[in-house]
Ligand binder design. Structure first.
Ligand code: ADP
Ligand code: TRP
Length: 340
């Protein structure tokens, strides 16, 4: 099959195994990933970006733990092993090979302009070559499978644009413009809001302000209790439009429920009783608890020895299927470069 014949859209995205996944990851990325398996059955590929994680994690056990946790989380949340691939990036040796080929057509200037890289430098991180080359590895991830649609958050769009540049340069440099590599497009969900964390900033592992997806019961209520609000006293009208608790409730409630909550906020009363942030937070904790109840039960089952073996077998099987695709692409690339 030539690249030009890859007519069916193929969806691909990577997930960094860099810590416990949180509600920001769920509403900002995971939910869309899982929904795409219905839109493009059999054409959705996801991988756990363990090579990428080595730019920040230098502890084998920690990395292995995070990799397992990504797989467990996606399967618990509804990734369907019968229709969708989920594999370890490092099971595909074609990826570092394609990365090298792409470095030969990538200007230093292009990489120097990467926002993610510049932000890290601005935050005082001493860059490794690996961190600098990160966008090339990411391009290889996409191009190895002829992926045409790449669901990502806005922060990753520039990296996809870089991959587009690499396609053009590679095809021109090595194939007189023939489509040896296929141009990918970013797929940014138009309605995804930034999920606020406990402190009101963007929820992020780096700010330690996260709500983990599978927290439940008392612990969850305690965490939700830490969501920052103003100091309006119980029974007074609350600021519905600017409240962090409401921003989180919006992700979990339907319109009728929200209208009801808005009325409680604006009046500071519920059923003739004073209503305050404590009540709103309890409501939020209950909503989160209920929303992920099915996923938590699935997760428990996957944590048994049989479940763990299933996860392992699925990752391996997915890796083999993904590798078949990548090896076809690399075959075309090697030929184009004169390596065969
Ligand atoms: P973190 O900031 O916790 O390290 P990542 O950068 O690894 O999270 O996030 C992976 C993806 O999850 C992002 O590209 C983005 O799409 C989504 N995401 C993360 N945090 C949020 C958030 N607070 N709101 C919406 N989406 C988010
Ligand atoms: N860089 C992405 C992130 O930090 C993860 C990633 C690696 C990725 N390779 C990819 C995403 C390829 C999409 C396609 O979230």
């Amino acid at each position: 099959m030539t690249a030009a014949q890859a007519a069916t859209p193929r969806v691909l995205s990577g997930i960094q195994p860099n810590g416990a996944l949180h509600l920001g990851n769920y509403f900002g990325a995971i939910r869309q990933h899982i929904a795409l398996q219905d839109t493009y059955p059999g054409q959705a590929l996801y991988f756990i970006a363990d090579y990428h994680a080595l730019t920040t994690i230098h502890n084998a056990d920690v990395l292995r733990g995070h990799v397992f946790d990504v797989a467990l989380t996606y399967l618990a949340l509804g990734l369907d092993p019968a229709r969708t691939l989920l594999f370890r990036q490092s099971d595909i040796p074609e990826i570092p090979e394609l990365t090298w080929l792409l470095t030969t057509v990538t200007g230093m200037g292009l990489l120097e302009r990467a926002h993610a890289y510049k932000d890290k430098i601005a935050n005082g991180i001493t860059p490794s070559v690996g961190l600098f080359v990160y966008p090339v590895l990411m391009a290889a991830d996409i191009l190895a499978y002829d992926a045409t649609l790449v669901p990502v958050g806005k922060d990753q769009v520039q990296h996809i644009e870089m991959a587009q540049d690499m396609v053009t340069h590679f095809n021109e440099a090595y194939a007189h413009g023939a489509p040896v590599l296929v141009r990918p497009e970013p797929l940014v969900h138009p309605r995804v809001a930034v999920v606020p964390g406990l402190d009101g900033r963007k929820m992020s592992k780096s700010y330690t302000n996260t709500l983990p997806i599978f927290e439940t019961g008392k612990k969850l209520r305690k965490l939700v209790g830490q969501v920052v609000t103003d100091s309006t006293p119980l029974g007074q009208p609350l600021p519905f439009d600017t409240c962090n608790v409401v921003s989180l409730l919006r992700l979990l409630c339907d319109d009728a429920e929200l209208a009801q909550i808005e009325q409680w906020y604006r009046s500071g009363q519920r059923d003739g009783q004073p209503f305050g942030y404590g009540h709103a937070k309890l409501l939020l904790a209950d909503k989160i608890d209920a929303h992920f109840a099915v996923a938590r039960a699935r997760r428990e089952r996957l944590l048994t020895p049989e479940g763990r073996a299933e996860i392992d077998a699925f990752l391996t099987r997915s890796g083999e299927a993904a590798r078949r695709l990548a090896s076809q692409t690399l075959d075309r690339c090697r030929r184009a470069c004169g390596l065969r």
